[in-house]
Design a protein around this ligand. Structure first.
Ligand code: GLT
Ligand code: MN
Ligand code: MN
Length: 392
């Protein structure tokens, strides 16, 4: 029998060149793995069953490459895409590595830095578009500070807004079919990063000139670093029609940005996330790329990297299968349906004196409501047993 967990193109699994290509350096130690050629990454990703690939401008074309080198690199990469059938599902701009961006890119106080950042972003957008990307991510890793002594954070917000407005107009002018997905993180590498959570970004987007062109790219690790429920952040983004992209990985609360293999921590959180994305929980599913923004442990050699990549996809598919089983279990359906007879929502659509009167007339006994058991212990235990594989 064929492996039911083998990834297919329909799963839309993607990896960044910087994820599987991560050489294992950390602030205290040098790389433990050799850099990988982008075309080699394409071949190995295709072999593992991924659907797409993502990159920062600099993952592909090193900063400062000559026009000739640039053309040669892009040509080779294009040939690699054709050979493997992988799509470019997302592109992004590296606005954090170069020392020029040490105090921010779009939000920097120095106007020359802001000009450089916007120009670099336009070039990265063009590069992505030329290779088929329809989503451009902005992760403002350096958009923050260690001290608020100089920059008024309101100024930073305004600068970010004008950069986004400018770049949306640029995309429209160039007639690229492209949207933006903004990615939040509370800290690291800056002491504090502006727009620290997905919720902050969801509001910010409503203040843009082209809010329809801009959504979010929540990352498991980043929301978890803030001590928040990733599932709830993603749900809010979906409900707002703003989940344009997602960065899947794993993270323990209170740690540095771990970017662990999907499912390597908080399996229950991952399970509920997959229920949400796959729509087994109810409501609509997410149809965008399922991107693993994670990397292999620093202890691994290249074989370990591909083990890691296969693990991300396999765990997602196992969780999706478990999610379908859980959400179609008659006992689960019964327990979840307890409040199906909803006699209040229709009254709450619009205020009217009649609706008010109807609400006031209901003979509701608060003590009876308070005393009743809600069977969530039972439901949660069933969920645990599905996750542990002892219930089908
Ligand atoms: C960087 C960061 C990721 C972002 C990437 C996109 S850059 O690797 O840690 O979370 O998604 O810019
Ligand atoms: Mn990310
Ligand atoms: Mn991360």
């Amino acid at each position: 029998m064929s492996d039911p967990y083998a990834p297919t193109a329909d799963d839309r699994f993607t990896f960044g060149l910087w994820t599987v290509g991560n050489p294992g350096a950390d602030p205290f130690g040098r790389p433990t793995r050799k850099p990988m050629e982008p075309v080699h990454v394409l071949r190995k990703l295709a072999e593992a069953g991924a659907w797409g690939v993502n990159f920062h401008d600099e993952d592909l074309v090193p900063f400062g490459a000559s026009p000739g080198e640039r053309e040669e690199i892009i040509g080779r990469f294009k040939a690699g895409l054709e050979e493997t059938g992988l799509v470019v599902s997302m592109s992004t701009t590296n606005l954090f590595s170069h020392p020029a961006f040490k105090d921010g890119a779009f939000t920097a106080d120095d106007p020359a830095v802001r000009a450089l950042a916007v120009t670099k972003a336009m070039d990265a957008i063009d590069l992505g578009a030329s290779l088929g990307s329809h989503i451009h991510v902005f992760w403002g890793g350096r958009e923050g500070c260690e001290t608020d002594a100089r920059r008024d954070p309101r100024q930073a917000i305004k600068r970010m807004r004008s950069a986004m407005d400018f770049l949306c107009d640029y995309v429209l002018e160039r007639e690229h079919e492209m949207v933006f997905a903004l990615e939040a993180k509370p800290n690291e590498p800056r002491g504090d990063i502006y727009f620290s959570t997905t919720g902050h970004l969801l509001h910010f987007i409503t203040t843009l000139e082209h809010p329809e062109m801009v959504g979010v790219n929540p990352e498991v690790a980043h929301e978890t670093m803030a001590g928040l429920s990733f599932v709830h952040s993603v749900a809010q983004a979906m409900e707002a029609g703003k989940l344009f992209h997602i960065d899947l990985n794993a993270q323990n609360i209170g740690r540095f940005d771990q970017d662990l293999r999907f499912g390597a921590a908080d399996l229950k959180g991952a399970f509920n996330l997959v229920r949400l994305l796959e729509g087994t929980m109810g409501g609509f599913a997410y149809h965008g790329p399922r991107h693993f923004d994670a990397h292999a442990y620093r202890t691994e050699d290249e074989e370990g990297v591909w083990e890691f990549a296969r693990g991300c996809m396999r765990t997602y598919k196992i969780l999706a299968e478990r999610a379908r089983a859980f959400d179609t279990d008659p006992e689960v359906i019964g327990l979840r349906q307890e409040f199906q007879e909803d006699f209040v929502s229709p009254l709450l659509i619009d205020y009217s004196p009649e609706a008010e009167a109807a609400l006031r007339e209901m003979a509701i006994d608060p003590d009876a409501l308070g005393a009743r058991g809600l069977h969530l212990e039972k439901l949660d235990q069933i969920m645990t047993e599905y996750l542990l594989g002892v219930r089908d």
